[in-house]
Design a protein. Structure first.
Length: 359
């Protein structure tokens, strides 16, 4: 039975990954280490919280003592590092938290893995460290071209700079110590359980509550979108098939402008809310163009050819299919949406985790 240490597993992509893996495999054990910041929500994992193959530990990846304790107590085979501060706007306002979590936290995990997995000059068989990164480390593209694994790193916000720094730390542990690592860089994810500060759940939530739909600048910034389950599938393949030391780009090959995303969500909601009184209040009149974000990259687009060719992966979910599934999920889980925006779920789970005092 392989043991996974999944950091940030109560967040959007991390929780989807845990749900995906527990459903797919019976012979794995997952330890979810999460600090439970504002974007971490254990409601995302209700379906697995009673599983014998899963435990949750509340804690910070920058806590050296706690991280080493986990490695000492459990025979960790794989580290999947999702834990990160990830919202660009917040990084502009408070970059220190991003440096601490994304850079220092990654360093703490690398050191604990090295101490546990390296015996003399040799690494234990079957171990691997997966750094889950972002296409934002590459900077911004013009109207044409794609990011490949050999594209120059050119981060343009405190968030992307912190992720780039973490990636380079991970790379250095492979180059210096020969640690078995992979780095994955993915395009914009969407799907269930995403905190509504990000574009798609924000627009859905604001539409349903009659609020303005804020769009930065002219709304024509372009992102490549991937359904979160397709991302989870790719990470699983990287764990099992990825060549040590390699970077793998993961992209949905679905480029959309922000304004197109907003108009698509409006159209889908109006089609789905047939007899719902909220339907009448949803329109493009809610769209409000606001001052552009500082350092706002114009276009991201991922070339996933290497991942396809080496790992046999491809995105299975078209954007047209995925966005309808996503909007339906938020409609069907309106209580989740309400609770996560209010923080009301927190009290319910206070007794559900193992912390250092309880062992």
């Amino acid at each position: 039975m392989k043991t996974y240490l999944v950091t940030g597993g109560a967040g959007f992509i991390g929780s989807n990954f845990i749900n995906y893996m527990i459903e797919k495999y019976e012979d794995i054990f997952i330890i979810n280490l999460d600090k439970l910041t504002y974007a971490g929500n254990l409601n995302n994992l209700k379906g697995v919280e009673e599983s014998k193959n899963y435990i949750f530990i509340k804690g910070d990846i920058t806590d050296v003592e706690l991280v080493q304790l986990i490695f000492n107590k459990y025979s960790i085979d794989y580290v999947i590092n999702f834990a990160a501060e990830s919202h660009v706007d917040r990084s502009i306002e408070n970059p220190m938290e991003f440096i601490k979590t994304n850079v220092e936290g990654t360093f703490v995990l690398l050191e604990a893995a090295k101490r546990s997995w390296m015996k003399g000059d040799q690494w234990e068989e079957g171990k691997k460290f997966i750094q889950v990164s972002t296409d934002e480390v590459y900077g911004s593209l013009g109207e044409t071209g794609y990011f490949s694994e050999i594209s120059p790193l050119d981060p343009r916000s405190p968030y992307s700079a912190s992720k780039t720094s973490a990636d380079l730390l991970v790379k250095s542990y492979h180059d210096t110590y020969k640690m078995p690592v992979n780095i994955t860089r993915c395009s914009n994810n969407y799907g269930p359980y995403q905190f509504p500060e990000k574009l798609i759940p924000l627009i859905i939530n604001n539409c349903l509550n009659g609020k303005d739909l804020p769009i930065y600048g002219d709304g024509k910034n372009i992102r490549d979108w991937i359904y979160v389950d397709d991302h989870c599938c790719a990470i699983d393949l990287v764990v099992n098939r990825g060549r040590a030391g390699q970077v793998y780009n993961i992209g949905g090959e679905n480029e959309k402008t922000n304004i197109d995303i907003v108009k698509t969500i409006i159209r889908i909601l109006k089609n789905l809310l047939i007899d719902d009184v909220r339907k009448e209040g949803i329109s493009e009149n809610q769209i409000k163009y606001v001052k552009d974000r500082k350092g706002h990259d114009r276009r991201y687009a991922i070339d996933p050819t290497k991942t396809k060719n080496e790992l046999g992966w491809s995105a299975k979910t078209s954007f047209d299919e995925g966005i309808i599934k996503t909007v339906k999920w938020y409609l069907d889980n309106s209580k989740w949406l309400e609770e996560i925006t209010s923080g009301a779920y927190e009290d319910y789970y206070k007794k559900m985790y193992f912390d250092r005092e309880r062992g």
